[in-house]
Ligand binder design. Structure first.
Ligand SMILES: Nc1ncnc2c1ncn2[C@@H]1O[C@H](COP(=O)(O)OP(=O)(O)O)[C@@H](O)[C@H]1O
Ligand SMILES: O=C(O)C1=C[C@@H](OP(=O)(O)O)[C@@H](O)[C@H](O)C1
Ligand SMILES: [Mg+2]
Length: 168
């Protein structure tokens, strides 16, 4: 069993939104690792970050992603920072991995309106997002097998392009 596609990219790229819509279009299941982490721990992601810290969150995330890659056969949407784990990057080899690309400006617009992402909270969000992208962009590129730009494209359009690219 292997996922039809694994979605990666920074916060706001649309992994959760596109994941749900793509799964519906392909008539397969959606598995969002952030949703699974909240379900399994019974806590929200901001709570986990606040009480246990980011390293503890990453440990839980790595294990949830590991199992998802083994057990899921639909669309798997990862959290934006999951590719920071070298073990996860190695496990992604051989999978269909879609990098949802987004500019810093557009990513900030999409994530700015809520405080559900602890990594961007506090301080200057623009600087935080830029630093995050500088560190992660090479990793997203390295582990992906398909790249799709999402700036100025509606979710419906992104899904349409992905369906065409994923067609067997
Ligand atoms: N292609 C898109 N165009 C415009 N808004 C989008 C697009 N994709 C996602 N969004 C919006 O951006 C926000 C973040 O999307 P989300 O799917 O949670 O991103 P991620 O899971 O990658 O962090 C949501 O409000 C969503 O509706
Ligand atoms: O980029 C990150 O490090 C994170 C992104 C979030 O998911 P989204 O990418 O779906 O926003 C979530 O996993 C957590 O807040 C950490
Ligand atoms: Mg998400």
């Amino acid at each position: 069993m292997t996922p039809r596609a694994v979605l990666i990219g920074p916060p706001g790229a649309g992994k959760s939104t596109i994941g749900r819509r793509l799964a519906r279009a392909l008539d397969v299941d959606i598995f969002d690792t952030d949703v699974a982490i909240e379900r399994e721990t019974g806590r929200t992601i901001p709570e986990i970050f606040a009480h246990d810290g980011e390293p503890a969150f990453r440990t839980i995330e790595e294990d949830v992603v590991r199992r998802a890659l083994l057990e899921q056969d639909g669309i798997v949407s990862l959290g934006g920072g999951s590719i920071l784990s070298e073990a996860t990057r190695e496990r992604l080899a051989g999978h269909t991995v879609v990098y949802l690309e987004i500019s810093v400006a557009e990513g900030l617009k999409r994530t700015g309106a809520n405080d559900s992402r602890p990594l961007l909270a506090g301080g200057d969000p623009r600087q935080k997002y830029r630093d995050l992208m500088r560190r992660r962009r090479p990793l997203y590129r390295k582990v992906s097998t398909i790249r799709v730009r999402t700036d100025g494209r509606s979710p419906a359009r992104v899904v349409q392009q992905l369906v065409a690219k994923l067609e067997p």
